[in-house]
Design a protein around this ligand. Structure first.
Ligand code: GLY
Length: 363
């Protein structure tokens, strides 16, 4: 057995990277085990920080966690940027949701009522207000909604900054146990605590407790415009099908995302590219003139409740799994909660109802 660091984090996506960064900042020595850190869901993610516009009916428990993490984002970004000198393109611009037809607008009104009943920052927009906020939108859209506190960050930049000074073991983990991680080449790493944060593939690692994880494939496109065309994150509902467009520095836009239950198949699908471009151009016609830079696919780690599982899984093992559609948003609170648990044995109240004991596990 090779003695390593205080903590070994299995999985170097946005969650594993944030945990490693926070633990290191608190004085722990940390190794991240991952053959290609950030090449999974983190690379595909658009980076919406969207507690309000990602809210689904019946997910108020998850909403509270999402809101708590969103509140931590400004300080989290400040700390990462100050420590690394890297800019992560954090945009506090809010999100505009455009309706495509009267039925989409009626659905948005229902959603706005739910938002108001929960005290969320959300207001309906007339057709005119929508066009005033985003003049590049298609003519004739009937109206929309503004979620002023739903922001965005560039997950690739954030991930790069988080791992800037990290110790990486570039291999897959095949099994874990209390304080040990066995790697693909047979080497065994010894440490004080193992943290499992390997996204949709976590359940394939022997020794990781069952959480009912399932991979939900998402496909995104990256495009570049000659000039910036959006001031806000743009979401749309085109005949009931959701689509989003997230602006980045330098005229880049991310269009997403499909949601496909296709096992672990990560190959891009031509029909998905077609559907995304078709729906996005219904609300933002300029899309079709832009340079197509990239097609990416990743696997969201879904759980039966759509909420993550964060907590102790026995002596020397902690899990941070199942962040599904909110991995980038939940990175700060997950990192804080795992750090508190690993270093002080305390459960952050905000994650108390997301432990393994309360997770709904599908058999
Ligand atoms: N949070 C956006 C998505 O999962 O597509």
């Amino acid at each position: 057995m090779r003695a390593t660091t205080d903590v070994v984090v299995v999985g170097g996506g946005i969650i594993g990277a944030a945990i490693a960064w926070r633990l290191s900042a608190a004085g722990a020595s940390v190794t991240v085990v991952d053959p290609a850190p950030g090449s999974g869901a983190t690379r595909t993610a658009a980076g919406m920080l969207a507690p309000v516009t990602e809210l689904h009916y019946g997910e108020e428990r998850l909403l509270r966690l999402n809101l708590a993490s969103a509140r931590r984002y400004p300080d989290f970004v400040d700390a990462v940027q100050a420590a690394t000198g890297l800019d992560v393109d954090y945009r506090q611009t809010g999100t505009v949701v455009a309706a495509w037809d009267a039925a989409d607008l009626a659905a948005l009104r229902d959603l706005a009522e739910l938002h108001h009943s929960l005290g969320l920052n959300s207001s309906m927009l007339t057709a005119r207000e929508l066009r005033e906020l985003e003049p590049s939108l298609a003519a004739g859209l009937p109206g929309g909604l503004l979620a002023g506190d739903d922001h965005a960050v560039n997950p690739r930049r954030l991930h790069h900054a988080l791992l800037a000074g990290a110790t990486i073991e570039p291999q897959a983990a095949v099994s874990i146990d209390a304080g040990t991680v066995t790697l693909a080449d047979g080497d065994v790493l010894g440490c004080g605590t193992v943290v499992v944060a390997a996204g949709a593939r976590s359940g394939q690692i022997a020794g990781v407790p069952a959480t009912g994880l399932r991979p939900v494939k998402g496909q995104t496109l990256r495009l570049r415009a000659d000039r910036p065309v959006l001031d806000h994150v743009l979401r749309g509902s085109v005949r009931g099908v959701p689509v989003y467009v997230v602006p980045r520095d330098g005229g880049e836009l991310v269009v997403g995302a499909t949601s496909e239950e296709a096992g672990y198949d990560e190959r891009p699908r031509a029909g998905a590219v077609h559907d995304l471009l078709h729906d996005a151009q219904q609300i933002l016609p300029a899309i079709l003139e832009m340079e197509l830079l990239e097609v990416s696919t990743g696997l969201r780690p879904g759980t039966p409740s759509n909420a993550p599982v964060i907590g102790a899984a026995g002596p020397g093992v902690v899990v941070a799994l199942g962040h599904y559609r909110n991995g980038v948003l939940l990175a700060p609170i997950t990192a804080d909660a795992v750090t508190e648990l690993v270093l002080h044995g305390r459960t952050l109240p905000a994650v108390a109802e997301f432990g393994l004991d309360t997770a709904v596990v599908m058999s």
